[in-house]
Design a binder for this molecule. Structure first.
Ligand SMILES: Cc1cc2nc3c(=O)[nH]c(=O)nc-3n(C[C@H](O)[C@H](O)[C@H](O)COP(=O)(O)OP(=O)(O)OC[C@H]3O[C@@H](n4cnc5c(N)ncnc54)[C@H](O)[C@@H]3O)c2cc1C
Length: 408
């Protein structure tokens, strides 16, 4: 076996899975994540199908496996900037953001109490703020505070340093460039949401009451914007009529020509969540085709049986806003052949997923998904190579682990 470690880039559910599987058969692993915490997109969810588990379910066990296994070294706030060499012998240059908060941080929160600066909270897609000294979220792994470089006034303020009883803050910390040698590279960089502002006819940029599917997860999550309540941003009221717009930009040559595979199941999950919280609310789901697979078929049956959720087969062509910030959705109901205008109080766009950005050269298809091959020592997994759900991502990541340890 090649004694050089395997590099895993991306610390979402798939990267974490590959890392623990490789380490537990006895090989060294280096796991790199650009965020200050592991867990990827899944940690931001309210819950996840098929079992509707909380987001930490599955991740927590893996974090424990990481903590217990000295063969895994992980670097957060880190990105790869250059890869040279070849299968079995790669040289990798990586850049780590300044680590102002050291690992002896106890997350007591005194730094945030005295911090005078605020920043948009990326965990809630900028809908809320945190202090410049902040805990990314309450289940963050590693569980330590961070300091946002862009908003902290550093030594000119110094209040957090004075408040920290553990001497855990070093505001003079610098960005670090380091080099490692690895045998193979698993790319588990996952996805980001398609930019809804590009779908101009759906008016996302001009109405506070049009949100995306990923934003919905943060709106409704118990640790999100409103603690298990759905509130409109325009007036803080609970909407009684809610519309879901499927394939918002997906399967559309002007935006994303492909299907993102998970959006139909996600919207069914979201519609059922609304019904659980607000049984009297009226929900309409506008769709082109309902694409659900495996156990998610149960959601479709539940939705079809719910008298307050209506599935309308028709693509929404336009959304406009009324004076009282309601929304008029225009679509053609394909089954009845009628053009309809539906007034909703909130609309949720099922925007598709696009591959994350990577700062070094890789082979990609026309949609930017990675196409490198095991034979070259670079193994893309899960959503970095095509859209898929968590269960398929975990299987893909385990398969990638087996492939990576074979490379010598
Ligand atoms: C609205 C919505 C709801 C969904 N709900 C469900 C659900 O209920 N159930 C389900 O099974 N699936 C669901 N999915 C799909 C699920 O999100 C994916 O299957 C899952 O996130 C895939 O995990 P991943 O680790 O491959 O990618 P990600 O979760 O995207 O993780 C990738 C990680 O890589 C990091 N990264 C990215 N680029 C770099 C880089 N250059 N360097 C270092 N690190 C990098 C990211 O910061 C991130 O931490 C949903 C998707 C959407 C859009």
């Amino acid at each position: 076996m090649n004694i050089k470690p395997v590099l895993v880039i991306g610390g979402g559910i798939s990267g974490v899975t590959s890392a623990v599987e490789i380490a537990e058969v006895g090989k060294e692993v280096i796991l790199i994540e650009k965020n200050p915490y592991l867990g990827g997109n899944v940690v931001k969810f309210n819950n996840y199908f098929p079992k509707l588990c909380p987001p930490t379910c599955g991740l927590e066990i893996n974090f424990r496996r990481i903590k217990q296994n000295p063969r895994i070294k992980y670097f957060t706030s880190t990105e790869v900037i250059e890869v040279t060499g070849e299968k079995g012998d790669f040289k990798v240059k990586m850049k780590t953001k300044p680590q102002y908060i050291k690992n002896n941080c106890t997350a007591c929160g005194k730094c945030a109490e005295v911090c005078p600066e605020e920043r948009p909270n990326e965990f809630n897609y900028g809908f809320t703020n945190t202090k410049a000294a902040y805990l990314p979220h309450e289940m963050a792994f590693p569980y330590k505070f961070q300091i946002d470089d862009e908003f902290c006034k550093k030594e000119a303020c110094n209040k957090c340093v004075e408040a920290c009883e553990y001497n855990a803050i070093d505001l003079s910390a610098k960005e670090e460039i380091s080099e490692i040698e690895v045998s193979s590279i698993i790319i588990a960089t996952g996805w980001k949401n398609y930019d809804a502002s590009k779908i101009e006819n759906l008016n996302y940029s001009n109405s506070q009451n049009i949100i995306t599917n990923v934003e919905f997860e943060r709106f409704i999550a118990s640790n999100g914007l409103n603690e298990n309540k759905l509130l409109r941003l325009s007036d803080n009221t609970e909407p009684k009529k809610i519309a879901f717009v499927q394939c918002a930009g997906s399967r559309d040559e002007n935006h994303l020509p492909y299907c993102s595979a998970v959006c139909c199941s996600a919207s069914l999950k979201h519609a059922l969540t609304i019904q659980e919280l607000y049984p009297e609310a009226e929900v309409k789901i506008f769709y082109i085709d309902m694409r659900v697979a495996g156990r998610n078929e149960d959601f479709l049956v539940k939705v079809q049986e719910n008298k307050n959720i209506e599935l309308v087969k028709g693509k929404v062509g336009k959304i406009s806003e009324t004076e009282n910030n309601n929304l008029i959705l225009e679509a053609e109901d394909i089954l009845s052949g009628k053009k309809i205008k539906y007034e909703a109080e909130m609309a949720i766009l099922a925007t598709g997923i696009v591959p994350s950005d990577i700062k070094f050269d890789l082979n990609k298809d026309q949609n930017q998904f990675i196409t490198d091959l095991q034979k070259d020592g670079i193994i893309p997994v899960a959503c970095s190579r095509k859209p898929m759900d968590v269960s398929s991502s975990v299987k893909d990541a385990t398969a990638a682990a087996v492939k990576a340890i074979q490379i010598s």
